[in-house]
Design a protein around this ligand. Structure first.
Ligand SMILES: Cc1cc2nc3c(=O)[nH]c(=O)nc-3n(C[C@H](O)[C@H](O)[C@H](O)COP(=O)(O)OP(=O)(O)OC[C@H]3O[C@@H](n4cnc5c(N)ncnc54)[C@H](O)[C@@H]3O)c2cc1C
Length: 433
């Protein structure tokens, strides 16, 4: 790791990786991530990634996204995302992503809650791993990009209006380093790690968002948090909750009460289904409801959802012969660092992309399978914006940064990170009031 880069990207999920892939090859780029490279939520995505199915699908897709988001979405962001989706999928295919195909070779499309028709491209039930590993392979080949895992962002090097780089702690040595850059991109993902029950990796604790709050960068809708209706119920506490993708319901699975009766329309948006499940659990005095996957059919379950079938079996459930217990858990963060459609934040030279940012595309509630698409697309747009407007920060040297930045006390990084968690939880609590 050097002292200075043209661009530093914090985060190695689909957003960070796709940003790196679209930056000019003559720029020196550093990607850091908190844990191992594969410890990002991008690897966990099961269901898939949306793609506009043709001109006749535009209105339906737009309406579905707005309806799921309670019409609080930014219509310009939604339009941009939907219209760009075929190009995004083509680009992913060009880096080697293998989406499921119909017999005639066309892209197969599945469906999830809140969608009025099938429009989700997928790779079995591990679409995220397929996309992220192919993006990672493409980025690893780039001579201008250095990837340094196990380095945790603990602060931005910034004045009140301009970002000059990052302060990171090396997880293995505990050493704190200051690295300067002309541009910094936050792609630090979601905030699930601050909650007891979440589908997210535990290390995703919203550090990027909390640091922005602390440094006066605008952050929006911190209390817009999506709960996923169906995670596998487990007695074990403190572990990441295993998600049972909505596309299982899209392919026919039913939610059942304790008598084996259906109690809601399983294909409503996530917040509606979650509410119905929580109401049902309360009425029954139970810690879960049941998901019967058998209506999806044995062939569909075995070919489309092999990881889910396997994981349920590991937990002692045979999905071919019995319903499995499911419970809602924290899943996705619609709020985040305020950013425009090119990822620009309210601080000069600082961008935010992916789940960490809030560009308004999801409104108050995300439509299923819109987030991989959003992360990939707006990260590319940020890279192109940096490329088009690149202006070296001429005065920037380590000494200049040390003299002009609002630096903090980094003697105990763990304590600092815990204080960020508390600040974020408090901000969420206050926004909920
Ligand atoms: C179980 C599950 C299933 C999902 N299924 C789907 C789906 O089917 N379709 C869909 O569209 N979306 C799905 N999502 C949501 C989607 O996966 C994420 O929203 C998306 O991948 C976010 O990408 P990202 O690059 O912004 O963040 P992530 O992929 O989470 O990457 C975040 C990166 O930031 C790094 N980071 C975090 N904090 C720091 C720090 N302090 N210092 C250094 N690095 C840091 C992490 O190490 C990581 O590399 C799912 C999510 C989960 C959890």
């Amino acid at each position: 790791m050097k002292e200075k880069y043209d661009v530093i990207i914090v985060g190695a999920g689909v957003a960070g990786l796709n940003c790196a892939l679209h930056l000019p090859k003559d720029k020196k780029v550093l990607i850091i991530c908190k844990g191992k490279p594969e410890e990002s939520d991008s690897y966990l995505a099961q269901g898939g990634i949306c793609r506009l199915q043709g001109e006749d699908d535009y209105e339906g897709y737009f309406d579905d996204t707005m309806r799921a988001g309670h019409n609080e979405n930014n219509p310009a962001a939604v339009e941009c995302m939907i219209k760009s989706s075929p190009e995004v999928i083509d680009e992913l295919i060009s880096v080697g992503v293998d989406f499921a195909r119909e017999k005639d070779g066309s892209l197969a499309a599945t469906r999830e809650g809140g969608h009025s028709r099938n429009r989700i491209c997928f790779h079995e039930d591990c679409t995220g791993k397929e996309i992220t590993s192919k993006l990672m392979a493409a980025v690893t080949k780039l001579q201008n990009v250095e990837i340094c895992p196990q380095n945790t962002l603990i602060d931005l090097i910034c004045s009140e209006k301009e970002c000059m780089g990052v302060v990171v702690v090396d997880n293995e040595t505990g050493k704190v380093k200051k690295i300067i850059a002309d541009y910094t991109v936050l792609a630090t993902g979601g905030i699930g790690g601050i909650f007891e029950n979440s589908t997210n990796f535990r290390l995703l604790t919203g550090d990027g968002v909390a640091i922005c709050m602390n440094r006066g960068v605008a952050v929006d809708n911190v209390n817009y948090i999506q709960i996923h209706p169906t995670t596998l119920y487990s007695e074990k506490k403190g572990e990441r909750c295993f998600l049972i993708s909505e596309s299982v319901r899209g392919e026919g699975a039913h939610l059942l009460d304790k008598y084996g009766n259906r109690f809601c329309d399983e294909l409503q948006p996530r917040d509606v289904v979650t509410e119905a499940i929580l109401k049902q659990m309360k009425e029954e005095g139970s810690s879960f409801v049941r998901l019967d996957m058998r209506p999806a059919g044995k062939e569909e379950l075995s070919t489309h959802f092999p990881s889910i079938v396997k994981r349920c079996a590991e937990e002692g459930y045979d999905v071919f012969s019995e319903p499995v217990p499911v419970v809602p858990a924290q899943h996705y963060f619609m709020g985040g660092v305020r950013s425009d459609l090119n990822g620009r934040t309210t601080m000069d030279r600082l961008y935010a992309v992916g789940e960490t940012c809030c560009n308004g595309v999801h409104g108050a509630n995300r439509l299923a399978s819109n987030s991989l698409l959003e992360s990939v697309l707006f990260a590319k747009r940020a890279a192109l914006d940096i490329a088009a407007n690149f202006k070296a920060n001429e005065q920037l040297t380590p000494e200049y940064a040390a003299n002009n930045a609002l630096l903090g006390d980094y003697s105990n990084p763990e304590k600092l990170l815990n204080s960020y968690k508390r600040a974020l939880l408090k901000a969420i609590e206050e926004a909920n009031k």
